[in-house]
Design a protein around this ligand. Sequence first.
Ligand code: ADP
Length: 566
Amino acid sequence: MRENKFKNGKPYFSKEAWRYYFGFFSGQHRKLLLTSVVATAQAALIIPILLLVRYIFDVAIPEKKVDMLVMIGLAIIGIRLINMSVTLLLRRINIKIVTTAIYRLRDDLMKKVFTFSRTLYTREDQRILHARIVQDTERIMRMSNSMISGLIPAILISIGLCVILLVFNWFLFVVIILFFPVIFFSNRYMGKILKKRVFAYQRSFENFSKGVLFLLKFLDLIKIQTAEKIEEKKQRKVLKDLKEKATQRTYFTSINFQVQTFLVSISGILVIVVGGVSVINEFMTLGDFFAFYIAANHLQTNLNSINNSFAKVLTGNESLITLQHIAATTEKEPYSGNRKIAFKGNIELRSVIFGYNEKPVLQGISLKITPESKIAVIGPNGAGKSTIIHLILGFYAPQSGTITAEGVDFKEIDFSHFRKQVGVVSQHPLLFPGSIIENITYGNERTEKETVIKISKITLAHNFIEKLEDGYETQIGEDGVLLSGGERQKIALARALLNRPKLLILDEPTNHLDDSAVKEILSNLDHIDFKPAVFVISHDKAVANFAENIYLLENGKLQSVKNEEL
Ligand code: ADP
């Protein structure tokens, strides 16, 4: 096989990808070997059939033994039945092996998703990642089924048949074999073209899928901007491309199949002609000839099956390379400590410098959050306020300076444990389609309804939820579209508080909530038993009214200010 040859930036063959794939078959190797051995042994069942066929033509028919003919017929049916049962049994075992491996592959990819760094998933197109994980694993499943239940047994059986044919009539066999290179090279050539078409089709399909998702997700925007015509034009272009690529791929698959079948059938015709001449010249009996013909036919069927499986393996190989690339991505979360800390609300940033790229956003900022304190960071849009939140949540690590929680360096901290003790309400809270209660209790599913109501009262969510016909069971639609911005914020706040966080982070709360609501919620928080520290960021100077310590973030620098100065 080729290595390190690149086409469209992708290798044709990758050892790492196949190693990654075979890893999912661990513990199944023995079973696989067993089924392969049985499949090969199964090929031996053809031997009694061939001998019986030979007997029919050389003895039973010339000597007019009708009883014998019937007996042989029944015997062949019996052998075929055994063959069928063994095949079904093997398929059953193989299917289980494949589905287990694909389950492991998907499980592995799902786990990898959790380790993706924010840098990775904000940069990569999520819809493409989605399509890859969903569709490419499906293609790999098809490849595996085809390989294990089709390709491998067909190859082994073909080898067995070649031996049998060789024993039966080596000369006739050599005639067929001479024709094989023609089939082999044409197959390779066609396979290469097919692979290109398959690749082009897959990418076109991804664009189509992306386009449909875009339309559904941004339908409001499209209508508001009256961009229907532009979108239609854009999508039509994608559809035309998909149509073209689908035609090319499917038609070429047919051409490939027909050419291969034609070439294989020529070898069958060769057997009839050369075999017929052999019989006429008495180099072989008619029985030998028929037996040989049946075996050669069998070989042809198996070669066809190899050929068909090959296309699926090509497609699967492509997907495997893509997925292994995703799985091997090194952009993991910036911290990997495992120290679980009992967080009380103490966070300290010391001389932190950070930028997403060469240009630093934060140029040496220091900030201290203490338990039960209320801190506001105010600054214009793009100043880097959200960036501070991302740093506190450990989504990114600073290029220089340190961040500690309870005096422990972030590098040592177990973040999944730490984040559970921090509540965040972003300015665009993430709500999923489902009921209000499902959204509030996400991650805390076992919470009692009373607790949910108690917390919802604090965040002022209870008032409006109560008035809804289905109350807490109300379905809120995709991204909570059936709710107002303020209502979404109140629900997200209740969700954050359910974890009993020691630090509550509010991102631009006054965007959707009026000042009096923010004031009331914050004063409610003073009376809650776990009393979190509150860290508010906003471009709105009014939030300074709710804080004890106010900072101004400008030009990458953070400075303490008094409310009056603002
Ligand atoms: P604020 O919250 O104050 O409006 P941000 O912290 O969101 O500002 O952004 C600060 C700067 O960092 C902006 O110039 C923004 O474009 C940039 N930025 C934010 N997120 C990313 C990111 N994931 N990758 C690259 N640049 C980013």
